[in-house]
Design a protein around this ligand. Structure first.
Ligand SMILES: [Zn+2]
Ligand SMILES: [Zn+2]
Length: 259
């Protein structure tokens, strides 16, 4: 369509003659450059931070120069999930985007955030050692009915329904449900969160058939203390799931920082 416009003889008339033909642009949510993506390629590259993470809970282990595979918490008390993956740090500029996505009604941010997550996962899966178990099914962390009505969407589902197809992994939103609405977790430590979340999740009738013996990945937007993933993973284990990973868009750098 653009080529067709450029081929017209009177170039000066083009914007006025057919303004509806211009490709719509947008301002990058991070640097505000006017271009065609909600988060531009330059920002995605600039604010991606690699580095070493705990194999089990994805917390940063940068100071340890790759000497340890697991953090102290996971050595002392291994979580109910086998492995966690985080695409980003919950830090500038992603923390602001996630807050807008999760609490500000900016559902359109699911597209670039899921894109960043899928790309990081693709790289991690390609680099994984032989024999690494890859999940067969993605399970977005469910919200309670009341919370979903209040927000209008489930941010974990909005990510999962894009990340799953991008990586060729099935997504199941009806195999687990949230049966207990927990108070906002902000300001609570790990033990208080774990207490709040006990009994929060249940496997549905369809899930009981589908989950037994499977390798799955729980998908959520942010992991703070890991209490949500822990509670859901424990529920899945009781339903006979063989292998549980946790995939999150962003991981807090320290456990005591609340999203
Ligand atoms: Zn940008
Ligand atoms: Zn760990």
């Amino acid at each position: 369509m653009v080529g067709e416009l450029y081929s017209q003889p009177d170039m000066n008339l083009r914007p006025f003659a057919a303004p509806w033909r211009w490709t719509p642009g947008t301002a990058c949510h991070i640097c505000t450059t006017w271009q065609h993506e909600v988060v531009c390629a330059a920002c995605r590259q600039r604010f991606h931070r690699g580095g070493h993470r705990c194999r089990c809970c994805a917390t940063r282990l940068d100071g340890l120069n790759g000497l340890h595979e697991l953090c102290g918490h996971c050595v002392q008390r291994p979580p109910a999930f086998d492995h966690a993956f985080a695409a980003l740090d919950y830090a500038y500029p992603w923390d602001g985007l996630v807050t807008r996505f999760k609490f500000g009604g900016a559902c359109e941010l699911a597209v670039p955030l899921a894109g960043v997550m899928a790309e990081a996962l693709r790289v991690a899966m390609a680099a994984a050692p032989a024999g690494t178990v890859l999940p067969e099914v993605l399970l977005p962390v469910p919200l309670s009915g009341a919370r979903q009505r209040e927000r209008g969407y489930n941010q974990a589902w909005e990510l999962a329904r894009r990340v799953g197809p991008a990586l060729g992994v099935a997504v199941e939103a009806r195999w687990v449900e949230r049966v207990l609405d927990t108070p906002h977790q902000t300001g609570l430590d790990r033990m208080a969160r774990m207490h709040n979340l006990s009994g929060a999740f249940a496997v549905t009738a369809a899930g009981r058939i589908g989950l037994a013996g499977r390798a799955v990945a729980i998908l959520d937007d942010v992991m703070t203390t890991g209490a949500t993933a822990e509670a859901l993973a424990a529920t899945l284990r009781r339903a006979g799931v063989a292998h549980v990973q946790t995939w999150v868009l962003a991981r807090t750098v320290r456990d005591d920082v609340d999203p």
